[in-house]
Design a protein around this ligand. Structure first.
Ligand SMILES: CC(C)(COP(=O)(O)OP(=O)(O)OC[C@H]1O[C@@H](n2cnc3c(N)ncnc32)[C@H](O)[C@@H]1OP(=O)(O)O)[C@@H](O)C(=O)NCCC(=O)NCCS
Length: 119
C-alpha cells in the first residue's frame, strides 16, 4: 500500500526532512520504501530522494512510488554513477535534460538532470 507519510513515519525516511511531503510504501505494517518530493509550484515537483529497503529491491516498489507522485512535471538530479537509480528513472519515463558539473560532494561527482512529464 502506498500512502502519504505522516509525522509517525518520519523516522523511516533517510532524508533531512523539513516540511517536504513524502509517500511511503507499506507492506504488512512495515515501511519498505519512501519517496520525498518538493512542491516547486503549480504542477511542478522535484523528486528529492527515493529509497527502498535493500531486501525489498527489484520488486517494482520504487516504480510504484514514482507512479503515485502527483501529476505534473517532475525534475530530479542523480549521481552519474548511480546506475540503479538512473535505470529506474529511465524505466519510469524520465529523460535526461542536462548535467550539473560537480553537483555532488563526498565524493565529488556530476549530477544528471532528468525530467518526467507525468499526466
Ligand atoms: C534506486 C532504488 C530506489 C530502486 O528501487 P527498486 O524498488 O529496487 O526499483 P524497482 O524494483 O522499482 O526497479 C524498476 C526498474 O529500475 C531498474 N533498476 C532498479 N534497480 C536496478 C539495478 N540495481 N540495476 C539496474 N537496473 C535497476 C530496472 O530497470 C527495474 O526494472 P526490472 O526489475 O524489471 O529490471 C534502490 O536501488 C535504492 O533504494 N537505492 C539506494 C538509494 C538511492 O540510490 N536512491 C536514489 C537517489 S537519487
Amino acid at each position: 500500500m502506498i500512502r502519504p507519510g505522516g509525522e509517525a513515519d518520519r523516522g523511516a525516511v533517510n532524508w533531512p526532512l523539513a516540511n517536504e511531503p513524502f509517500l511511503v510504501y507499506e507492506r504488512e505494517g512495515r515501511i519498505l520504501g519512501h519517496v520525498v518530493f518538493h512542491d516547486v509550484f503549480d504542477n511542478e515537483y522535484e523528486l528529492l530522494y527515493i529509497e527502498v529497503d535493500a531486501a525489498a529491491r527489484r520488486q517494482g516498489i520504487a516504480r510504484a512510488l514514482i507512479s503515485a507522485l502527483p501529476a505534473g512535471r517532475i525534475f530530479l538530479e542523480v549521481r552519474e554513477s548511480n546506475t540503479a537509480a538512473r535505470e529506474l528513472y529511465k524505466r519510469a519515463g524520465f529523460v535526461e535534460t542536462g548535467r550539473r558539473k560537480l553537483y555532488y560532494r563526498d565524493p565529488p561527482e556530476d549530477g544528471i538532470v532528468m525530467e518526467l512529464k507525468k499526466w
